[in-house]
Design a protein around this ligand. Structure first.
Ligand SMILES: Cc1cc2nc3c(=O)[nH]c(=O)nc-3n(C[C@H](O)[C@H](O)[C@H](O)COP(=O)(O)OP(=O)(O)OC[C@H]3O[C@@H](n4cnc5c(N)ncnc54)[C@H](O)[C@@H]3O)c2cc1C
Length: 401
């Protein structure tokens, strides 16, 4: 596959002021829409381009709910991102009257088998350590505490838990829609249904040319936030090798107990390995179903050819796992597929493409990016604008593995 970044389009460039921008944001999902919102507020001339019409169901940002927690067991470098994100959701909610972020409390529990694996980390131990370090309000729960506090959950003997008071969930579709609407109000140009087919970063320091299936645009800096399509845009390169794309499945199961959000939290069951772990949400908006997500990191996917069908065997296996803890019914279950873009250490990349100072890659998913997306939008705007970033970006470089 040829790299779309390698095209030589320079030569006789004639600049059309209508098609010339300070910054172009490629991809308007969770990260791109948040970046566009921040850039638009700063008064820069900005353009956002997306091949679909976000929010949509083809990438990584759909399915009604995204879990958010403040003590990030994946690594303490993420904590400033989520804390800042929470402030930005609040600001956006105040501006629009929309409830983007709902606090239900959050529970992480183990099965008592000894392990608590999520995203390559001992998530329970790390979450407790980081909560202590950052003063995040929580309780550590032993088996008996868990049973008393959550009588409608079944726990294995020796289970342990962590309860975080300010955890909850975000509505991903509404967040993306709000980012884009607010960016438009602040003067951003937005083009949807337009696919970027080629990018020329010139000498890597000055202007970038973006060619789509409908036009040609120039900018000083390009933010590449194309999610699971990032590998397609980077072609075969060391940069592209940082990312792997995995199809994941979300399930909605009808509940036989009352798991409504008014009194039940978001949760993560951290098992002995990735396959025995899952995460999920209470029944939201008056429904009687719970949504759960399972993860797999074995079969890679092409974002343009994703199998959107979920087999009966896979749904049976998910039911078997989740019904170890929840009182749910197999009948009437529904499911949706979604894509993770994963680095080998389940980290994020927020960095200029190696060898350039004008193409900023913002590709943070690794299965836990949404809760950080509002803060990442601010960080990306600061890095792209040459401003001092509010958080340390050292852990998010291309070279860090
Ligand atoms: C099932 C699932 C559950 C998750 N649960 C959680 C959770 O509970 N908590 C949490 O914090 N995170 C969670 N995540 C992770 C989080 O959702 C992602 O980190 C985040 O949504 C990634 O956003 P993105 O902007 O990188 O990608 P996307 O939102 O997919 O955006 C990429 C955009 O780029 C556009 N694009 C691609 N190529 C082109 C092109 N050539 N031209 C123009 N546009 C293009 C696409 O159309 C798309 O709109 C989950 C992810 C999944 C899949």
């Amino acid at each position: 596959m040829d790299s779309l970044l390698s095209g030589i389009l320079g030569g006789n460039r004639t600049l059309n002021p209508m098609n010339t921008f300070d910054v172009i944001v490629a991809g308007l999902g969770a990260m791109g829409s948040a970046t566009l919102y921040q850039l638009s507020k700063s008064g820069r001339k900005v353009l956002g381009i997306d091949r679909f019409d976000p929010p949509h169901e083809f990438g990584s940002t759909h399915g009604e709910t995204r879990l958010t927690r403040s003590s990030i067991g994946e690594g303490e470098e993420f904590v400033p991102l989520v804390l800042r994100s929470n402030e930005i959701w609040k600001e956006l909610s105040a501006a629009t009257g929309r409830e983007l972020h709902r606090r239900t409390g959050g529970l992480i529990f183990t099965e008592g088998g000894g392990g608590s694996v999520l995203h390559g980390k001992d998530i329970l131990a790390e979450t407790i350590r980081i909560a202590d370090k950052f003063g995040i309000r929580h309780d550590v729960l032993e088996s008996e505490d868990l049973r008393k506090r959550f009588p409608d959950l079944k726990f294995g003997s020796g289970a342990r838990g962590y309860f975080e008071y300010e955890s909850g969930y975000l509505n991903p579709e509404l967040c993306v829609q709000t980012n884009i609407e607010q960016a438009r109000r602040s003067g951003a140009d937005v083009k949807t249904g337009e696919t970027i087919v080629s990018i020329d970063q010139g000498n890597g320091r000055t202007g970038v040319t973006v060619i789509t299936d409908k036009g040609r645009y120039e900018c000083g800096r390009l933010v590449l936030s194309t999610g699971a399509w990032i590998k397609k845009l980077l072609g075969e390169s060391a940069a592209s090798d940082r990312f792997r794309i995995f199809r994941q499945v979300m399930y909605w199961f009808n509940a036989e107990a009352d798991y409504s959000e008014e009194h039940f939290p978001v949760y993560i069951r951290a098992g002995d390995n990735e396959r025995s772990s899952y995460y999920g949400f209470p029944s939201v908006d008056g429904s009687r179903s719970i949504k759960v997500g399972l993860e797999q990191f074995e079969d890679e996917s092409d974002p343009d050819n994703v199998n959107r069908e979920v087999s009966v065997d896979d749904a049976d296996a998910a039911f078997e796992l989740v019904s170890q803890n929840f009182r749910i019914r197999r009948e009437g279950a529904r499911s949706k597929t979604c894509l993770y873009t994963v680095t080998e250490d389940f980290g994020f990349v927020i960095d200029f493409l190696p060898g350039t100072e004008n193409v900023l890659v913002v590709s943070p998913c690794s299965g836990h990016g949404f809760k950080h997306s509002a803060g990442i939008g601010l960080l990306a705007k600061q890095v792209a604008s040459g401003e001092e970033p509010f958080a340390d970006t050292a852990s998010f470089r291309f070279s860090v593995s």
